[in-house]
Design a binder for this molecule. Structure first.
Ligand SMILES: Cc1cc2nc3c(=O)[nH]c(=O)nc-3n(C[C@H](O)[C@H](O)[C@H](O)COP(=O)(O)OP(=O)(O)OC[C@H]3O[C@@H](n4cnc5c(N)ncnc54)[C@H](O)[C@@H]3O)c2cc1C
Length: 401
């Protein structure tokens, strides 16, 4: 019987884990170890682009790539992990329950936006966290054109002034004008608990965010959280009310619930603590990667963020190291000391920063050109050709954006 490396999830972490595991097995000519990937779809859903209007190009098929390198794809949704007996229970598309056994498991099931238990949030707030929810928002925005003009119809409230909130809000004036007409009296408002515009992103970059917001007419309502959402808008904790037919929730993120089925320490986002080889602390056969892993990126105390920038490099390491474990060869410790940010700022452009303090390097049009390159090329899967795909999965390739 073949030994099994089982990967849960076909996102950035899962896809790169599969490729890097096969790369190492290939180098050792070990055909007796199989790599199986379990996910609802054999496609990479490019979540960093879900704030955009055109969602058709945000899904990259993975079937041909998996066939080219020999990943066995199982379509299904993992429901339970039995780490003691090394098996994963899953539900197939037709609803049948089945199990998959493993010798090494790589948990790459990602994350979701964390909606707090606020009145009206589940019924009335949109988000841009998944393909389905982004499509729902786009259909709703398109539907606004059929409603009579009113302040609520013309207003979008984005809750949260972090990375996702800023990208969603700064794109919104152009999206709304394309639907409601160039003369429509539109309002885009970011509601954020901070005291200053863009304060969670760092001082230097905040100045750029403020300038772009002003130019685009995106306003910030600072210092008070949202306490309630309804069909006609939001209520703030300080008693203020904003009339809006569209409310987009972007605050908070939590790691996939599957992390709770593994015994181990977790951080505030639910991510599993892992060692430098990305094996879950206290486990002998389970690795975590991407948004499910709380992993040190350097020796200075910095940790991976829940970003695809980190998920790509984490994936290349976890796959390699799970395979190395079975082969009995030296793993390659995960290391990603360089951290950059490229934040889209709609029609204003984008801002590119370097370092954990986010030192501004490029802005405006130049920043935008880089952002487009990252979003349409760099983070997409490699070509479905065996040699090219396996070469791209080398864990020592630095990820720079
Ligand atoms: C709007 C938005 C903008 C963003 N912008 C940026 C950006 O500019 N830069 C950046 O670096 N990052 C950005 N991110 C973050 C980035 O998208 C995530 O960090 C990244 O997707 C994490 O990759 P992952 O592989 O860990 O998880 P995911 O990409 O979430 O993939 C998880 C995979 O697991 C599968 N899965 C989940 N549950 C199960 C289950 N029970 N059984 C089987 N399969 C399962 C899913 O179907 C999916 O295939 C953004 C995210 C959003 C939502």
């Amino acid at each position: 019987m073949k030994q099994q490396i089982l990967i849960i999830g076909a996102g950035f972490g899962g896809m790169w884990s599969a490729l890097s595991a096969i790369r190492l097995l290939d180098q050792h000519q070990r055909l007796d170890i199989a790599v199986t990937l379990l996910a609802p779809q054999a496609e990479l859903r490019v979540r960093p682009r879900f704030y955009e209007t055109d969602l058709t190009t945000t899904v990259a098929p993975l079937g041909p790539l998996f066939d080219a390198v020999g990943v066995q794809f199982v379509q299904g949704y993992a429901t339970r992990i039995d780490a003691q007996n090394r098996q994963v229970f899953y539900r197939s598309v037709s609803g049948e329950q089945s199990t998959l056994a493993y010798d090494r498991l790589i948990l790459a099931s990602g994350s979701q936006v964390a909606r707090p238990p606020l009145a009206g949030i589940d019924r009335f707030a949109f988000d841009v966290d998944s393909l389905e929810s982004a499509q729902k928002l786009e259909a709703h925005l398109q539907g606004l054109r059929h409603r009579p003009s009113s302040q609520a119809r013309n207003t979008v409230v984005v809750v949260g002034g972090g990375f996702t909130g800023i990208e969603t809000a700064t794109e919104m004036p152009a999206r709304l004008r394309a639907i409601l007409g160039s003369q429509a009296d539109i309002r885009v408002i970011i509601v954020d608990m901070g005291k200053q515009v863009g304060s969670v992103m760092g001082e230097q970059i905040a100045t750029v965010i403020a300038e772009a917001s002003d130019t685009l007419g995106v306003t910030w309502k600072l210092g008070s959280p949202v306490s309630m959402v309804d069909e006609q808008g939001v209520q703030l904790d300080n008693g203020e009310r904003i009339e809006a037919s569209t409310v987009v929730w972007t605050v908070g993120v939590k790691a996939s619930a599957l992390t709770q089925q593994i015994d181990g320490e977790r951080d505030a986002f639910g991510r599993l603590y892992v060692d430098r080889n990305l094996k879950v602390l206290g486990q002998d056969a389970v690795y975590a990667t991407g948004d499910t892993a709380y992993a040190a990126v350097d020796d200075l105390g910095n940790h991976a963020l829940m970003t695809c920038q980190h998920a790509i490099a984490l994936g290349r390491s976890s796959g390699n190291n799970a395979a190395a474990d079975l082969l009995g060869v030296q793993p390659i410790p995960y290391s990603q000391p360089k951290y950059v940010t490229c934040l889209d700022l709609g029609a204003w452009g984008a801002v590119f920063t370097e370092g954990w303090e986010r030192k501004v390097v490029l802005t405006g049009k130049e920043g935008k050109e880089l952002k487009m390159q990252i979003n349409t090329q760099w983070i997409y899967p490699p070509e479905a050709k065996r040699d090219i795909a396996l070469a791209a999965a080398d864990p020592l390739i630095p990820v720079v954006a």
